[in-house]
Ligand binder design. Structure first.
Ligand SMILES: Nc1nc2c(ncn2[C@@H]2O[C@H](COP(=O)(O)OP(=O)(O)OP(=O)(O)O)[C@@H](O)[C@H]2O)c(=O)[nH]1
Length: 383
């Protein structure tokens, strides 16, 4: 029995609606902007296809125009939304808002040229096919985050659909008698409908896989980050420092550890409130991040105590770093908090006979204690 193009399209519309509803149930309220874009994309696509199939029952009447032009708008919009989701998942900047307006241009031209079949079919399929190609390229392009699993599902589906859609456009524009309506039982329509069905399911799975990856990455970041200051927490800092120290031992790089403790922090809390104390900690972390180089490590070691590992650094450079840090913290705290933040620090260099991180921590801690005892607001180097 030959395949019936219209039935395939109706089945496809049911399928795309089911995927859209399924994604909404699975992802709604998960707090990911990319997942929200992907859900909105699936819903607009489902409504768009419903309009397009319905328009087939009003061929060449006002009803046809009133249903198929919005269908083009929704399909184009759906691809822009999925493109935004993929870009977010790949850590790329969002596209400008005017792109959403650009999605209006094709449906407008489609409506204006509605009575010129080759034009409108060529235009609509050409633009939608090009959008699919862009989306496929964005998913597949190397050099940005994202596992090959979801990228190949979304990229592969979009690339395949782009070819079919562009081919429909060529047939409609240049071989109109072979392709008089989108429901013509032409092989490209039949194959297109089957591929659309498969691609919708695969894209839906790709979206779920991308969201899962995003959620996993967020959990990993949460597990290693101090919630208040956004620097490494004690465990993550210690683990990474151990690795760097092992490297330093093997290759003989100079390494410095600096233990920093804010001065009279209890007074700040008592006099200005805990919220100001928290702001002071956040400011200190921000100043530390600004001063550090990419290979250095900073972690929150305790309440108002930070540990810094300066790699490829000798004592003189570490003392210069301490001076810069002190000045910047003083300037920014006066500007942003309205009082001066100061700290004491203990500094020690990595030695070849150190057996573990604890050896450095012990010396840095003793030096810090000396700095406090000597009147605070200074750095003491371990002998
Ligand atoms: N606001 C705020 N305070 C914290 C946090 N963690 C620890 N603290 C406070 O930090 C203060 C540390 O006080 P102390 O150990 O006496 O140290 P200090 O007042 O800085 O005195 P010195 O170190 O001798 O200069 C305590 O009052 C803690 O409650 C935090 O996350 N937020």
């Amino acid at each position: 029995m030959p395949l019936d193009s219209l039935t395939l399209m109706i089945v496809y519309t049911v399928n795309v609606t089911a995927v859209a509803l399924g994604l909404s149930v699975a992802l709604l309220g998960q707090g990911s902007r990319a997942a929200l874009c992907a859900q909105a994309s699936a819903l607009t696509q489902a409504i768009g296809w419903s309009c397009l199939v319905a328009s087939g029952f009003f061929r060449d009447t006002w009803g046809d125009l009133l249903l198929s032009a919005p269908a083009m708008l929704l399909m184009s919009l759906s691809l822009v939304l999925l493109l935004q989701a993929v870009r977010k998942w790949r850590g790329r900047p969002c596209l400008p808002r005017r792109l959403y307006l650009a999605a209006l241009v094709m449906p407008l031209l489609y409506a204006l040229t509605f009575h010129h079949y080759p034009w409108r079919v060529g235009l609509a399929n050409g633009v939608i096919g090009a959008q699919m190609l862009w989306l496929a390229a964005e998913a597949i392009r190397p050099g940005a985050p994202g596992s090959w699993r979801w990228r190949s599902l979304i990229g592969g589906s979009m690339a395949t659909l782009a070819l079919v859609t562009l081919w429909c456009g060529v047939l409609g524009a240049f071989f109109t008698e072979l392709y008089p309506t989108f429901a013509t039982p032409h092989p490209v329509n039949l194959i297109g409908s089957l591929l659309n069905n498969a691609a919708t399911v695969l894209t839906g799975i790709g979206v779920l896989a991308a969201y899962r990856e995003e959620a996993e990455a967020q959990l990993k970041t949460l597990a290693i980050t101090d919630g208040l200051t956004q620097v490494l927490n004690r465990r993550a800092w210690s683990e990474r420092t151990e690795l760097q120290l092992a490297d330093a031992k093997r290759y003989g790089h100079p390494m410095i550890m600096l233990m920093i403790d804010l001065d009279r922090f209890k007074q700040i809390n008592d006099r200005r409130g805990h919220a100001t104390g928290d702001q002071a900690l956040q400011l200190t972390a921000s100043v530390l991040r600004e001063e550090l180089r990419s290979g250095d490590l900073v972690g929150r070691y305790g309440g108002e105590e930070f540990c810094v590992l300066l790699s490829h650094t000798n004592e003189a450079a570490a003392l210069a770093f301490d001076q810069r840090l002190r000045q910047r913290l003083r300037r920014r705290s006066e500007q942003e908090l309205g009082f001066t933040l100061e700290y004491s620090a203990g500094l020690t260099a990595h030695r070849s006979k150190d057996t573990s991180l604890d050896d450095l921590l012990r010396r840095a801690d003793a030096a810090l204690y000396e700095a406090k005892r000597a009147g605070r607001n200074q750095v003491v180097m371990s002998p």
